[in-house]
Design a protein around this ligand. Structure first.
Ligand SMILES: Nc1ncnc2c1ncn2[C@@H]1O[C@H](COP(=O)(O)OP(=O)(O)OP(=O)(O)O)[C@@H](O)[C@H]1O
Ligand SMILES: [Mg+2]
Length: 218
């Protein structure tokens, strides 16, 4: 599958945040988006992930213009095709680790995901934490649970907004390895990061330069 943004512009009143941005990403690829705080990385990612409406420009999925779909059509695409790793993990405190990973499956009324949830948690070194509650986890473990939750429905596009920002070096390395292995499993990874080394490991690297302008570094 191919996700593309064309001539995206986002302005809040006089303030232009994104100025004529176009890029595309398809299955098997990873891209990173870097730039200083406040330059528009999360804004661009939110537009690509159908969480925010651009001022103008198009978001295309496999050639279909999905910019102006209604909320329920957009949420269906988000649920079935996209996976999100938020900076703050946003786990549900009253649910176990396993239940948290299965939330997207419950929302999609898909009862056949428990085996995959267990496999992902095992893969991420959480085999003995499945029945823990979020408050019983370390920071790095919490982030790994949120990655497992993002992957549970086998999304074609994973959005990760500064997924390693607040982690120590060891946990950051673990999360970056996990995320960068996603494209090999035929999804695509869209990542924002301040970490140069992490950004460089993505197949294509974009940076914000000047006001609202994005360039392809490699
Ligand atoms: N609702 C809003 N109204 C006005 N301005 C906004 C709004 N949301 C975001 N902005 C502005 O858009 C700009 C880009 O914000 P964004 O969150 O995309 O930055 P970022 O590159 O992700 O920064 P960081 O690295 O700190 O996460 C900021 O200058 C912010 O003030
Ligand atoms: Mg941001």
């Amino acid at each position: 599958m191919k996700l593309e943004v064309r001539n995206i512009r986002k302005a809040y009143g006089e303030a232009v945040i994104l100025d004529d941005i176009s890029l595309s990403v398809e299955g098997g690829q990873s891209i990173s988006i870097s730039g200083p705080s406040g330059c528009g990385k999360s804004t661009l990612m939110s537009i690509m992930g159908l969480l925010l409406q651009p001022t103008s420009g198009e978001v295309m999925l496999d050639g279909r213009d999905i910019t102006n779909l209604n909320d329920s059509e957009k949420s269906l695409i988000r649920r079935e095709t996209f996976g999100f790793v938020f900076q703050s993990a946003r786990l549900v405190g009253s649910s176990t680790v396993l239940e948290n990973v299965l939330i997207p499956a419950v929302l999609s009324r898909d009862k056949g995901r428990e085996k995959r949830a267990r496999e992902l948690l095992e893969q991420f070194g959480l085999a003995d934490r499945m029945n823990y509650y979020p408050h019983q986890l370390s920071f790095g473990q919490t982030r790994r649970v949120s990655v497992a939750r993002a992957l549970i429905m086998e999304p074609k596009f994973i959005f990760a907004d500064e997924p390693t920002n607040d982690l120590d070096a060891e946990n950051a390395a673990e999360i970056s390895d996990i995320l960068l292995s996603i494209p090999k499993r035929d999804g695509a990874l869209i990542l924002t990061t301040h970490d140069r080394a992490f950004a460089t490991r993505a197949e294509s690297r974009y940076s914000f330069v000047g006001k609202g302008k994005l360039t392809l570094d490699k």
